[in-house]
Ligand binder design. Structure first.
Ligand code: CP
Length: 306
């Protein structure tokens, strides 16, 4: 039995296989429509979500399986003090696989240690969001045709943005990927990302404050929102929240081939006028999220479709 806590739980060869499977599902969804008949996915969400929870549920339904779960801690026995370990022991009696989102870093890992079914980390605090990274990798590979030879700008809340941490960890394994980290001083990437991930892998990276300076150099711009829920006080959030706003004027500084990704939800950091730009790929990214979660469920349940 295999759990997924981080994108590094897969080798690059395994990631290629997973992304190939997701692309095959995209091409011929009918072929997979009954692959998980009789199987149940539990979505245990202790934190709010639209895309991750619904795309997991849509993925299992598109595979012919069923879903059960809860969408907030308040509506589960966590509100009575039940631990995640006891919750997953219970859910192991009802489901074949579980996706867990939790505000505390490491909670899905704790659950996996008590689980009798595969557990997928669907986002743990400010730490990791591996299935968003699978989504991002599939989007980049599908739309750019490669995961190497890219200059990627990551912009916004690089301190608390778990999608950024997971994506950097995944991309350092590919050749000639350069990173431009665009953030205000207070929201720079954590030092473990800078030292243990980027420097330790001898990656070319720069940290800049002005988005305008980075834009002309980029193959990809990965925008993120400021993570209000992880700030200690509202005043700091209000000061930071509109630090970056990508609008038409800024898009004019970017190359024609640059794609804009965003894990969503968006607040103000991408102006809606950018949505009609052919380089805006963040809603396509959402669609890829369902295909890659279908591929992940099939892989963890060891279901083969010929
Ligand atoms: N990208 C993402 O995790 O979105 P949700 O919070 O809506 O799941």
């Amino acid at each position: 039995m295999r759990h997924v806590m981080s994108p590094l739980d897969f080798s690059t060869e395994e990631l290629d296989q997973l992304l190939d499977l997701a692309n095959d599902i995209e091409k011929d969804p009918e072929k997979y429509a009954h692959a998980c008949e009789g199987k149940r996915l539990a979505t245990l969400f202790y934190e709010p979500s639209t895309r991750t929870r619904l795309s997991f549920e849509a993925a299992m339904m598109a595979l012919g399986g069923k879903v059960l779960g809860f969408s907030s801690a308040d509506s589960s026995s966590a509100s009575k003090g039940e631990s995640v370990a006891d919750t997953i022991r219970t859910v192991s009696c009802f489901a074949h696989i579980a996706a867990i989102r939790h505000p505390k870093e490491g909670a899905p890992l704790v659950a996996s240690m008590a689980s009798k079914i595969p557990v997928i980390n669907a986002g743990d605090g400010g730490h990791q969001h591996p299935t968003q990274t699978l989504t991002d990798l599939l989007t980049i590979r599908s739309l750019k045709g490669r995961l190497n030879n890219l200059t990627i700008g990551l912009c916004g809340d690089l301190k608390f943005g778990r999608t950024v941490h997971s994506l950097i960890e995944a991309l350092v394994r590919y050749e000639n990927v350069k990173f431009i980290l665009i953030s205000p001083e207070e929201l720079r990437v954590p030092s473990y990302i800078r030292d243990d991930v980027l420097r330790a892998n001898h990656k070319d990276f720069q940290e800049v404050i002005r988005l305008e300076d980075a834009l002309p150099q980029l193959d990809l711009l990965y925008m993120t929102r400021v993570q209000r829920e992880r700030f200690f006080n509202e005043e700091d959030y209000v000061r930071m929240k509109d630090f970056y706003i990508l609008d038409k004027a800024k898009m004019d500084l970017a190359p024609d081939h640059m794609l804009v990704l965003h894990p969503l939800p968006r607040v103000n950091e991408i102006s809606v006028e950018v949505d009609s730009d052919p380089r805006a790929a963040y809603f396509k990214q959402v669609q890829y999220g369902m295909y890659v979660r279908m591929a992940l469920i099939l892989t963890l349940l060891e279901v083969k479709v010929c």
